[in-house]
Design a protein around this ligand. Structure first.
Ligand SMILES: [Zn+2]
Length: 386
């Protein structure tokens, strides 16, 4: 373990011990900027993320993600797709860059659901980048610190990555440099419930690889100054902890539709006069944060439900744990004969039996259309991993 002597954001050496984690590790608070961080950092971080262990279900270590990360995540990432969708509502072509893209689930989903988006990513894990390349994604093996992007990006996205850093300033400087003139940075991090009294029982302290513990106050004060534009910080408390969705943009107009959704979730109130796409995205994002009543209200206004609305109903049911209802909704949302690999993967994750039903249906459709080219069989074989 290496002792932390300087603040991970402002480099001040005035660090006070605020509390101790359950395992005895000290939690420091910077007197200058207010950032809270661990008092010592494991020295094997590079090998933890860099080797084939953190996301790899075969070569497991004690930390990282359990079960099959690649198969488990697509459904849980749909709310992030909705966030990006709210930023691309204008239908202009945009570039998307995910810092810490793991095995590329979000990149894959955004490309599947948002056609006018070109997605890129980086990750420090060799295993993850290899999986991304197998999926045909444009991903580089690098940490943002040493990465020199060939282009600037319209949307930069970072989810559950910043709490793993040892130098937040270097990270932010790179993000700022990589944003286009109208660029937007969206981040998602777990956070401390309160800035005032730090409770050592907080959920954020239960992950040994979390090094920085954020508060809304820190972001509001420090990021607005750093980017020179207002920072939109949405802290959402749920039963299982507290999270922050942060949005910083050089073009306030381009984030207005996303702000409508986030403000609606904070107030637990439907926005007045919004389009159907916004209502569907609101339902999906709200259900991620257990705001089920708001999510259901936002879909209740639809008279004619198209496949997207039915799909959103499935996502809500899933977040509620109503798996039977979720399955019905997902199955119903597949209207046409289009084989959609990503959606199928989500279904497969829910219940592999459902895949058998759907395969039969598609094979019947394929036979009926005289288009028996074996593509249906091929996709299902791939899903089952043979
Ligand atoms: Zn500081």
């Amino acid at each position: 373990m290496a002792e932390v002597k300087k603040c991970m954001w402002c480099y001040s050496e005035k660090l006070d011990e605020a509390t101790k984690r359950k395992d005895g590790s000290g939690i420091l608070k910077c007197q200058s900027c207010g950032l809270t961080m661990l008092s010592s950092v494991p020295e094997n971080l590079d090998s933890l993320y860099g080797e084939e262990s953190y996301f790899n279900p075969v070569k497991k270590v004690d930390t990282g993600y359990d079960q099959n990360y690649d198969l488990m995540t697509p459904l849980s990432l749909l709310w992030q797709v909705s966030i990006v969708d709210q930023l691309t509502i204008s239908k202009e072509k945009k570039t998307f860059f995910e810092v810490g893209c793991a095995t590329g689930n979000l990149l894959e989903l955004t490309q599947e659901f948002i056609p006018n988006l070109t997605a890129y990513g980086i990750d420090v894990s060799k295993y993850s980048v290899a999986v991304c390349k197998e999926k045909g994604l444009e991903v580089s093996l690098a940490g943002i610190e040493e990465y020199t992007p060939k282009r600037k990006f319209d949307i930069i996205f970072s989810s559950e990555t910043m709490e793993h850093l040892t130098d937040l300033k270097v990270f932010m400087e790179k993000v700022k440099k990589s944003m286009s003139n109208a660029g937007t940075f969206v981040f998602f991090v777990p956070c401390l419930r309160s800035n005032k009294k730090i409770n050592r029982e907080e959920d954020v302290f239960s992950h040994p690889e979390h090094l920085i513990f954020f508060t809304s106050e820190f972001f509001k004060k420090e990021l607005s100054k750093f980017f020179g534009v207002p920072t939109n910080i949405y802290q959402i408390n749920t039963d299982f902890g507290s999270s922050i969705v942060g949005i910083v943009s050089f073009d306030e107009k381009s984030i207005s539709k996303l702000k409508v959704v986030m403000e609606s979730i904070l107030k637990n109130e439907l926005p007045s006069s919004v389009d159907n796409q916004t209502l569907t995205n609101l339902a999906i994002i709200a259900s991620k944060f257990s705001k089920f009543e708001l999510a259901e209200r936002s879909l209740a206004s639809f008279k004619d439900k198209d496949s997207k609305v039915i799909f959103a109903e499935g996502v809500i049911a899933c977040h509620k744990g109503e798996i039977h209802k979720a399955k019905e909704k997902f199955l119903e949302s597949f209207g046409g004969g289009l084989i959609d690999y990503v959606k199928l993967k989500i279904l497969y994750n829910l219940n592999s039996e459902l895949i058998n039903i759907y395969e039969k249906r598609l094979l019947r459709q394929e036979a009926g259309s005289k288009r028996v080219d074996g593509s249906t069989k091929g996709v299902f074989a791939k899903l089952r991993g043979n």
